[in-house]
Design a protein around this ligand. Structure first.
Ligand code: NAD
Length: 493
């Protein structure tokens, strides 16, 4: 069964600044590639510092003098709801762009990730008219209250593994708060954000509120993180670049940053777990989105009593994982997003082989065309191996054996990362002990990848800080002002 065919009708390839699609000042462009075919899809305007400057100027004007921050929450909510409606109406086209530009599966885009994206816009639209401060009981004869105000112009730097959802998770709370923004999408997936910017304009988001500047990290990205007129930055990407962004913010105007970075999350299966469910979740938790997930449960710890049967079932499931055309609804596994990532994953697999892990299945490229890699399982993985330590960001499952609860908690925490974790057990005491002991931003008990618009998402340790989604997802876009005034002539004085 095949979904609708790729139209390859790419409407928007320029920069989106102040409500208009414009060429870059230099006239430079770059190519974006379809990872399933390795064909050039489109030539896209390449923004650099001077284009970021223009976009920031538009966002600054829209914040300082434009209507958006001054609209009632109700008015902002209505526009955001219209934006979400337009995303829903254009779901096929959005899904199509995700497939051709990023190698995502049409089915999971059309029926899961893109609906989650428009629901995220709707969720935060509901916050737009509920942002409020507190009344303070001061110890002296002062009356005071707090205002929660939009932080100003925000720079969003986003990665390539979920362009529509990451755009929505960042733009929705910023819009609700009354901020204006400049978005720097990943150079590997420049098309989706431009289409979303077009929809935002149709929805009535005023010019200058959302600006999209495609370009490369060291030029366009760095121009965002160093900009003196951007008030806050949100960054999603690698830990290494996250550090650079934080340094740039510190040495420019001390803008606050939120960092959503890499992970090497433990997925822990105890002897009493439902083995079939555990296998299913280990597979989805590592192979969904061809493993290009910061929250992948890429260290699968399996207790010794269940280990062998788990591995057998895991092997059978992974061998049945259909690889192929991402438009085919029967396909479970598409191409890696880009050539660099494809090479990186293959080199991590090589390292696993060299370090002595047992290759159960997969382990190499798949097919003659496109950046496809076979879903891969390693067993007999030990904590010191690179495949157990480094984020692979590809379709590789590493299985590690353990004996006791105490031991697995220690080993699960022995990582620089702390983004997510999974615990499979029917024993409530084990579940409680492990969930309170794991140092990570999420613990999923008898489930995995349960991302939701209402659940705050973010890291501990070197997986970053700050939270996206949930009520906490608004925090980065607001600041608190205390307003105080003396109370004179009060009968209580
Ligand atoms: P990356 O860090 O290379 O790039 C991310 C973004 O940063 C891109 O837009 C890129 O152009 C930009 N960038 C690169 N250099 C820059 C610089 N010097 N200054 C400013 N911006 C710069 O990461 P990637 O390869 O695109 O994405 C993969 C990584 O992202 C993985 O480590 C993954 O775990 C992480 N990620 C994390 C989350 C999360 O929520 N924690 C979500 C998705 C991806």
């Amino acid at each position: 069964m095949s979904s609708k065919p790729a139209t390859h009708d790419i409407k928007f390839t320029k920069l989106f600044i102040n409500g208009e699609f414009v060429d870059s000042i230099s006239g430079n462009t770059f190519e974006t590639i379809n990872p399933a075919t390795e064909e050039v899809l489109a030539t896209v305007a390449e923004g650099r510092k001077e284009d970021i400057d223009l976009a920031v100027k538009a966002a600054r004007e829209a914040f300082d003098n434009g209507p958006w921050p001054r609209l009632s929450g109700e008015a902002r909510r209505k526009i955001m709801l219209k934006f979400a409606d337009l995303m829903e109406e254009n779901a096929d086209e959005l899904a199509n762009l995700e497939v051709i530009d990023g190698g995502k599966l049409f089915g999971s885009m059309r029926y899961f990730e893109i609906p989650l994206s428009w629901e995220t816009i709707r969720y935060f639209s509901g916050a737009a008219d509920k942002i409020r401060g507190a009344t303070l009981k001061m110890s002296s004869n002062i009356q005071a209250y707090t205002l929660r105000e939009p932080i100003g112009v925000v720079g969003h730097i986003i990665p390539w593994n979920g362009p529509t959802f990451m755009f929505s998770a960042k733009v929705a709370p910023a819009l609700a708060a009354g901020c204006t923004m400049v978005i720097k999408p990943a150079e590997q997936t420049p098309l989706v954000s431009l289409f979303l910017a077009h929809l935002s304009k149709l929805a009535g988001v005023p010019d200058g509120v959302i600006n999209v500047v495609n370009g490369f990290g060291p030029t366009a990205g760095a121009a965002v993180s160093t900009h003196m007129d951007i008030d806050a930055v949100t960054f999603m990407g690698s830990t290494e670049v996250g550090r650079t962004v934080m340094q740039a913010a510190a040495t420019s105007n001390l803008k606050p940053v939120s960092l959503e970075l890499g992970g090497k999350s433990p997925f822990i299966v105890f002897d009493d777990a439902d083995v079939d469910k555990a296998v299913e979740l280990a597979v989805v938790g590592n192979l969904a989105n061809k493993g290009e997930m910061c929250i992948a449960g890429s260290r699968v710890f399996v207790q010794e009593g269940i280990h062998d049967v788990f591995v057998k079932k895991l092997e059978a499931t992974v061998k049945g994982w259909a690889i192929g055309d991402p438009f085919d609804l029967a396909t479970r596994h598409g191409p890696q997003n880009n050539k660099e990532q494809y090479r990186k994953v293959l080199s991590c697999i090589q390292n696993g082989k060299k370090e002595g892990a047992t290759l159960v299945t997969g382990g190499g490229p798949f097919g003659k065309k496109g950046f496809y890699i076979e879903p891969t399982i390693f067993t007999n993985v030990t904590d010191d191996m690179s495949i157990a330590k480094e984020e692979i960001f590809g379709p590789v499952i590493s299985v590690l054996k353990f004996k006791t609860v105490k031991e697995v908690i220690k080993r699960a925490n022995a990582t620089k990362y702390g983004l997510a974790s999974g615990v499979m057990t029917k024993n409530i005491d084990i579940a409680n002990t492990v969930s309170r002991s794991i140092r990570a931003g999420a613990v999923w008990i008898n489930c995995y990848l349960t991302l939701d618009k209402d659940a705050p998402h973010g890291g501990y340790k070197m997986s970053g800080f700050g939270r996206e989604l949930g009520w906490e997802g608004l925090e980065h876009y607001l600041q608190v002002k205390t307003v105080a005034t003396p109370i004179y002539d009060s009968p209580w004085l």
